[in-house]
Design a protein around this ligand. Sequence first.
Ligand SMILES: C[S@@+](CC[C@H](N)C(=O)[O-])C[C@H]1O[C@@H](n2cnc3c(N)ncnc32)[C@H](O)[C@@H]1O
Length: 197
Amino acid sequence: MSREHRFFFNDLAETWHNKTPAQSLAYAMQYFGIKEDDMVLDIGAGRGALTVPLSTLVKTGRVVAADLSDNMLSSARKMLNAEHAHYVCTDACAVSFRDETFDKIVCYSTFPHIQNPLRALVEFLRILKPSGKVLIFHNCCSRKLNHYHARIPNVVTFDKLPKSEHLQALLRHVGFTEIQTVEKPDLYWVEAGKDVS
Ligand SMILES: C[S@@+](CC[C@H](N)C(=O)[O-])C[C@H]1O[C@@H](n2cnc3c(N)ncnc32)[C@H](O)[C@@H]1O
């Protein structure tokens, strides 16, 4: 785990604001196939920008908002009235969930900050139920995001989102199947499934 990242995101918690409208995120999550009885993990949930739209779609299931930063999660808890949401402070590289817990995992605007992405993908596969799906999602392409991070002189300077074809290869290496990718200037969407067997 990166202590520097935890400190950085803890300091950012009061001011972090994701400007993407909740409605667009809800459409994206519907497109991803979130169902009302799903167990969903929002990994790197921050202040819950995605937790709220997820909670409007999940009725009888549960949304778990997980993050490395306890300050981010405290802000999320204060700001949100997400009925089906639960908050867990954990590192994506060693998550505190049992095998085959989730139907869906969404990693929104977070993947480049995870210090050991391969380990995180292995964890995602472990905690997904058979036929479950993971989505790694950003509102811009890797080139734009990496350029943006490189201009910030702090712990995220070298946080890189891999090109979608590189992430696809990593996912395949770890054991995911049915990988679909879209990468264009205003969207990075990489989803993958876990086989039944
Ligand atoms: C750029 S913010 C995005 C937050 C939220 N998804 C949003 O879009 O508003 C990245 C988040 O990832 C979290 N994060 C970074 N590394 C992590 C890790 N290894 N495990 C879990 N969360 C992590 C940070 O604490 C931060 O809240």
